[in-house]
Write a protein that binds this ligand. Structure first.
Ligand SMILES: NC(=O)c1ccc[n+]([C@@H]2O[C@H](COP(=O)([O-])OP(=O)(O)OC[C@H]3O[C@@H](n4cnc5c(N)ncnc54)[C@H](O)[C@@H]3O)[C@@H](O)[C@H]2O)c1
Ligand SMILES: O=P(O)(O)OC[C@H](O)CO
Length: 348
């Protein structure tokens, strides 16, 4: 089945920014919809290798990039003349890279954010960060869902949700990214979609730690389910729709991330339980653990808005405050047992 669907845009040039796993996989989603896909990476050597071999030397090394994909380390070359920009950077580098992109991005070019996280310090969503740096808030969308790059590259069936404040922008990217095999739903709830994507990574670290300590399926299922309740409280407090947490960006991604062997966040949690530090894990794997950054930013949001977020607080405490794991577990178990969906306006 051709990935190009009837009604999909056929664009002259799409730029994908970021040569990590997700940027690499994303080129395969947009390649059938564009004449030319330009992939930006910060390493000239990696870009040269991609152009010479059609393979990314560091991420998803076995995946052959489409013929119409070329890589460059020059942001001006990557962004100039693009009909759409797809940003697949770790959250820590999104603002600086968007700022550097600003002089070259067309004033009305639609931008899709694939980054998952909330910015520490500001509490900004990733789409806010991009809108602040590039302008055009109505032309910014975010895509999220259970989408491990390793499986997207293999073409296994998957689904995601794309959210934007402007329905036309969501529809544009729904068509650009979606195909027979990759089903992209639309949403107007940017807050719900983006906050869900940040919180699920924190819960995945908790699940990884628990698994690393020998937890069984019941324990992990309880953590995931209470994780969705926590996610719903954060989303509601920030003005999003808690129902979004039941969707692809919430439950869908939570299940994938908390159970998959591909998940960096879950695997990092296991490594942490075995005594490895965050720095060691990230430099060993060359992969970003977004849940560690989100543990900071969601913790800050919880403090600021007085949201009960016990799993986030515990992950924050073990990562950044030196709380021993046994005490972390005990602090969760000693919490008062109450209405299942407290804090959502119905059962206080
Ligand atoms: N990998 C996935 O399956 C997947 C799926 C959905 C969403 N995401 C999200 O996509 C985002 C990117 O993750 P990824 O998996 O592609 O990354 P990755 O872990 O595969 O790779 C890390 C990337 O960070 C880049 N990087 C390191 N230092 C940098 C700097 N100073 N400036 C700019 N870039 C720098 C590296 O070049 C590399 O491209 C994250 O927010 C992640 O949560 C990932
Ligand atoms: O599962 P992780 O922890 O690798 O996170 C990557 C993506 O968010 C999965 O959709």
């Amino acid at each position: 089945m051709s990935a190009r669907e009837e009604g999909s845009p056929r664009l002259a040039r799409v730029s994908v920014v970021g040569t990590g796993s997700w940027g690499t996989a994303a080129t395969g989603l947009v390649a059938p919809k564009a004449e030319k896909v330009v992939l930006w990476g910060r390493s000239p050597e990696a870009c040269e290798a991609i152009n010479r071999t059609r393979h990314n030397p560091r991420h998803l090394t076995g995946y052959e990039l489409a013929r119409n994909v070329s890589a460059t380390a020059d942001l001006a070359e990557a962004a100039s003349g693009a009909d759409a920009l797809v940003l697949a950077l770790p959250s820590a580098y999104l603002r600086a890279t968007a700022r550097s992109l600003a002089p070259y991005a067309g004033a009305t070019t639609p931008v899709l954010v694939l980054t998952k996280g909330v910015e520490p310090g500001t509490g900004d969503l990733m789409s806010d960060v991009v809108a602040e740096e590039l302008g055009r808030p109505g032309r910014v969308a975010a895509l999220s869902g259970p989408n491990h790059a390793e499986e997207i590259c293999q073409g296994s069936y998957a689904a995601a949700v794309v959210a934007s404040a402007e329905a036309g922008c969501a529809t544009f990217f729904q068509r650009l990214m979606g195909s027979h095999d990759f089903r992209v739903y639309a949403s107007a709830d940017l807050t719900g979609v983006e906050v869900s994507g940040a919180v699920k990574n924190v819960v995945a670290i908790a699940c990884g730690v628990a698994a690393g300590l020998g937890a069984g399926d019941n324990t992990l299922a309880a953590l995931m389910t209470r994780g969705i309740a926590e996610m719903s409280r954060v989303v509601a407090a920030l003005g999003g729709d808690p129902m979004t947490c039941m969707g692809l960006a919430g439950m869908g991604d939570l299940v994938a991330t908390c159970t998959s062997r591909h998940s960096r966040n879950r695997t990092f949690g296991e490594a942490f339980a075995a005594g490895e530090s965050l720095e060691s894990y990230q430099s060993r794997t060359h992969m970003v653990v977004e849940g560690a950054a989100a543990a900071r930013s969601v913790y800050e949001l919880a403090q600021k808005h007085a949201i009960e977020a016990p799993i986030t607080c515990v992950v924050h405490a073990i990562l950044y405050e030196g709380l021993p794991l046994a005490e972390a577990i005990e602090s969760l178990l000693q919490r008062r047992v109450r209405e299942e969906f407290y804090g959502l306006g119905t059962n206080e």
